[in-house]
Design a protein around this ligand. Structure first.
Ligand code: FAD
Length: 116
């Protein structure tokens, strides 16, 4: 096991970043203003330019060409990030996440109370 407080490797960076992205989507407004929707589009596109894993960022930029972010509501943005993450999971041979459970995982906690 590595000592604490080392620079992140690609997987640690990935898992911490997904935590941030899914949590950000979980708290995005239900009814965002036009400005908020535009800002979220800009955020995602700029994020994809600077994400500090070159080939991950390259994959994301390719993905964004055909999968335009849906920033029209909290639900739609959360689903969009979930499906985007699932495409990376597919690429890496990881299991698909059930996107109907995204709020339990990232906002409300599991229905069995295991996060309480
Ligand atoms: P992660 O995939 O990091 O997931 C963390 C947690 O999120 C999981 O434990 C699960 O509870 C939850 N989760 C899983 N899937 C979903 C979902 N679909 N929706 C909601 N929650 C979910 N790695 C590469 O090798 N090549 C790449 O091209 C690449 N591209 C990436 C692009 C981006 C934008 C990001 C943020 C990361 C990328 N990564 C890439 C890293 C990769 O996605 C993983 O983060 C890394 O492999 C560590 O995986 P993990 O098993 O810890 O779980």
């Amino acid at each position: 096991k590595k000592p604490v407080e080392c620079p992140l490797d690609k997987n640690e960076l990935g898992s911490n970043t997904w935590s941030f992205l899914h949590t950000m989507a979980a708290y995005y407004p239900d009814k965002p203003t036009t400005q908020q929707q535009q800002d979220m589009h800009s955020f995602i596109n700029i994020f994809a330019k600077f994400y500090p894993c070159d080939y991950c960022a390259e994959h994301l930029r390719e993905d964004l060409k055909t999968n335009v972010p849906d920033t029209t509501s909290r639900h739609n943005l959360s689903q969009w990030f979930c499906h985007t993450h699932n495409r990376v999971n597919l690429l890496l041979g990881k299991p698909q996440f059930d996107c109907s459970k995204v709020d339990e995982r990232w906002k409300d906690g599991w229905k069995d109370g295991s996060c309480d």
